[in-house]
Write a protein that binds this ligand. Structure first.
Ligand code: HEC
Length: 126
């Protein structure tokens, strides 16, 4: 193989590689560290979400819920429109942040935002 051919083929491989990166919808930084199912585990009775709502969560646990929703939002739901998914998650993130910040509306807002049925009928496959 001449030097020139090797250079060209290397260039092609590199180009193909960067095209793949450019095509993927989420960048490496946006990769969720939690799946939606992982996040749902904290929505069982008495789990993290309930502790935050009933006021028994520690400061760290409250922050954990913000992180949970931030990560959940980065996932693509099994079905439903992306903008609706974003809207529902943004409400969860905002309300849980308000709780961390000690805002009086936080708990009420989170109760409204954690609407299991509304989100499941729009975004859960079955
Ligand atoms: C903002 C949207 C949203 C809200 C709010 C929400 N869920 Fe979910 N939930 C989902 C989605 C999407 C799935 C499907 C995940 C999948 O199949 O990957 C799911 C799946 C589940 C599952 C099945 C998990 C599994 O391992 O298959 C349970 C249990 C669950 N949710 C419980 C709840 C409960 C209880 C609440 C309310 C207190 C709730 N969810 C609120 C979006 C939501």
């Amino acid at each position: 193989m001449s030097h020139k051919i090797r250079t060209v083929s290397c260039l092609l491989v590199c180009l193909a590689g960067s095209a793949l990166v450019a095509l993927s919808p989420v960048t490496a930084d946006d990769k969720p560290t939690l799946s939606i199912k992982d996040a749902m585990k904290e929505h069982k009775k008495g789990a993290l979400k309930d502790k935050v709502l009933d006021g028994s969560a520690s400061a760290d646990e409250k922050k954990k819920l913000v992180d949970l929703y931030t990560q959940m939002a980065k996932n693509k739901p099994p079905k439903g429109a992306d903008d609706n998914w974003k809207k529902l998650n943004d409400a969860l993130i905002k309300a849980s942040k308000d709780i961390v910040d000690g805002k009086p509306n936080g708990v009420e807002d989170l109760k409204k935002a954690v609407n299991c049925g509304a989100c499941h009928s729009a975004h859960k496959a079955s």
